[in-house]
Ligand binder design. Structure first.
Ligand code: F0G
Length: 425
């Protein structure tokens, strides 16, 4: 049975190194973190979680970016570009339109490679250096590959990325390419790519940096820490709800771990934990299905399709960590159509916040849940936007205004704009 509870006073087992170890979320088996390379439990193959012999408190955090939170991470510093410190935008018109007490948008697209993946990579690539591996690899819908390529380049390590052919947005492929990753385009979807990369990793051919790697999620916890600190500074309270797009469900799992550790530290009351609310595209919604049916794990969707290619995923590997997170925090999950995603992308853009389609799913989901009355008008909500507009220039251009051809003269421009010609000044 999944056990994500944290002991009141954590005691390091014999396998721990510097107060850090890995624990299986199903059978509780404990593993050394940096001795052997291990991704899943050696006893039962279930997911692992990083554990520490202490819990972090807010007063320990100092400095900037992800490494401000080193008290909650396995190392003091990492391979950094630097990442984190993303804006928590105010969006007054959207807030009015949705009709909640507070709406803030945490724009993770403002990280160095344009997505939240950088937070996981700064930690994951630091661990790779500790392990002394030579080749890093990931399967990706695009953003993970861009981040891995950049952080791998920074660490001077070889990087290999497997992408679903024809289904990755142009900006992301360009990033992976220029940062020097070897890009393998696979005739299959993301889930098929991940199956292959996992096999490569099991054979010792590469170090896996997908969110199956528990250390990636440690870095991504810092999204939650930044949101809670800034929201509390601005309003003197924590948000009621965090709404986020869900693909592999790594971020959902990471935020839940962030909250559990703060509760264990006595920094957050159990009734102050924000409700984790996941949003998927209708064409790729196994998590929504599992939340609705009450299942403990997701059923793999063989066919997936959505304009939000970043979350075009049918087999969310972190579901066993993320489903309890949604349930225990009193959150929910909802599916939105591609049209609803595009509308939300435009609404964010009209507030000056440029995001890729998957990111806009959070706002689309909030709108839907608000219209259904699931989200109340008295709630303080933070929507996570996970990737930058320029990641997917084709989607942005299709959702926005079309360029208008015009002849090369002031008269022609005035005429085109419908402005009457006046005598020359
Ligand atoms: N939003 C964006 C922009 C993403 O790139 C991803 C995941 C998600 C949301 C979903 O996050 O997996 O933690 O639930 N992208 C991965 C990739 C799969 O390969 O870039 P999740």
């Amino acid at each position: 049975m999944t056990d994500l509870s944290l002991p009141e006073t954590p005691e390091a087992p014999a396998v721990a190194e510097d107060g850090v170890w890995l624990r299986c979320i199903e059978c509780g088996h404990e593993h050394a973190p940096f001795d052997d390379i291990v991704y899943t439990c050696e006893e039962c193959d279930s997911l692992l979680e990083a554990r520490y012999d202490r819990y972090p408190t807010f007063d320990e955090f100092a400095g900037r970016g992800v490494w401000r939170y080193s008290a909650a991470l396995p190392f003091e510093e990492g391979v950094t570009l630097p990442e984190g410190d993303t804006p928590l935008h105010r969006v007054p018109r959207l807030e009015d339109d949705v009709g909640v007490r507070t709406l803030r948008v945490k724009h993770e697209g403002m990280n160095p490679t344009g997505s939240f993946k950088d937070r996981g990579m700064t930690v994951g690539v630091r661990v790779a250096a500790e392990l002394g591996v030579g080749r890093l690899a990931c399967a990706s819908t695009g953003n993970t590959s861009a981040a891995l390529a950049a952080y791998g380049a920074r660490a001077d390590l070889e990087t290999l990325v497997l992408l679903p052919a024809g289904k990755v947005a142009a900006g992301k492929v360009a990033q992976a390419s220029l940062h020097g990753a070897r890009i393998l385009e696979v005739d299959g979807n993301f889930d098929a790519c991940l199956d292959v990369v996992q096999n490569l990793a099991d054979r010792g051919e590469a170090y896996l940096l997908n969110s199956l790697n528990p250390f990636r999620l440690e870095g991504q916890k810092t999204i939650g820490l930044e949101i809670l600190e800034e929201f509390r500074d601005d309003y003197g309270r924590f948000p009621d709800r965090i709404v986020l797009p869900v693909g592999n469900a790594g971020n959902t799992a990471a935020l839940y771990k962030c909250f559990r550790e703060l509760v264990a530290a006595g920094e957050l009351e159990p009734d102050e934990v924000p409700k984790l609310t996941g949003v998927q595209a209708e064409g790729a919604a196994p998590m929504v299905e599992a939340i609705e049916s009450g299942a403990e794990d997701t059923e793999r969707w063989a066919e997936v399709e959505t304009i939000a290619t970043a979350i075009r995923i049918g087999n969310p590997v972190n579901a066993p960590k993320a489903l309890p997170g949604i349930r225990e925090t009193g959150g929910t999950a909802v599916a939105v159509s591609d049209d609803e995603i595009t509308d939300a992308q435009r609404a964010l853009a009209h507030e000056g916040v440029g995001v890729e389609p998957a990111s806009a799913a959070s706002v689309a989901g909030l709108r839907k849940l608000r219209s259904e009355g699931v989200v109340g008008d008295d709630e303080d909500v933070v929507c996570l936007t996970t990737g930058h507009l320029l990641k997917d220039p084709d989607a942005a251009a299709a959702a926005g205004n079309d360029p208008e051809p015009v002849a090369n003269s002031t008269e022609a421009v005035l005429e085109h704009l419908g402005i009457a010609a006046t005598a020359e000044r």
